[in-house]
Ligand binder design. Structure first.
Ligand SMILES: [Zn+2]
Length: 130
């Protein structure tokens, strides 16, 4: 893949620091359920703060909600496409099951998306720290 560091999608895809795209954003992977969605206070590489103010990541709940709805619709569409005669109960189980399976990832994704809405790339030693 080409060098796309500096693009917000890089940080989102790799779940890395929104400022330098190098350090880990989360203390652990999205499926480490003990630490689900927990992020570092500061970037381990560039040391910029991830939390603008206390409660900053509450807003990510809206993103998480929107992502879950979008994902459910997608899961419904795919299920319907693969098994058109599954029946309402089958759809329900498939969609709810799939959404539960991806929930930890969607939760992590909502936080990194939220961070990227407010923070932008400055490189490891770049100026413009906020
Ligand atoms: Zn960083």
């Amino acid at each position: 893949m080409a060098n796309w560091k500096g693009n917000k999608l890089y940080s989102i895809w790799h779940l890395t620091c929104p400022f330098c795209h190098e350090g880990d954003f989360f203390i652990s992977g999205p499926y480490d359920l003990k630490h689900v969605g927990e992020l570092h206070k500061n970037c381990p590489v560039c040391h910029r703060k991830y939390e603008k103010e206390p409660g900053f990541y509450w807003g990510a709940m809206f993103v998480s909600y929107a992502l879950s709805i979008a994902f459910s619709l997608l899961a419904y569409g795919i299920t319907w496409w693969i098994w058109p005669d599954l029946g309402i109960r089958g759809y329900f189980i498939a969609v709810v099951g799939a959404t539960i399976l991806v929930a930890p990832y969607l939760y992590a994704l909502s936080k990194i998306l939220w961070a990227n809405m407010f923070f932008s790339y400055h490189g490891v030693n770049g100026s413009g720290v906020n």
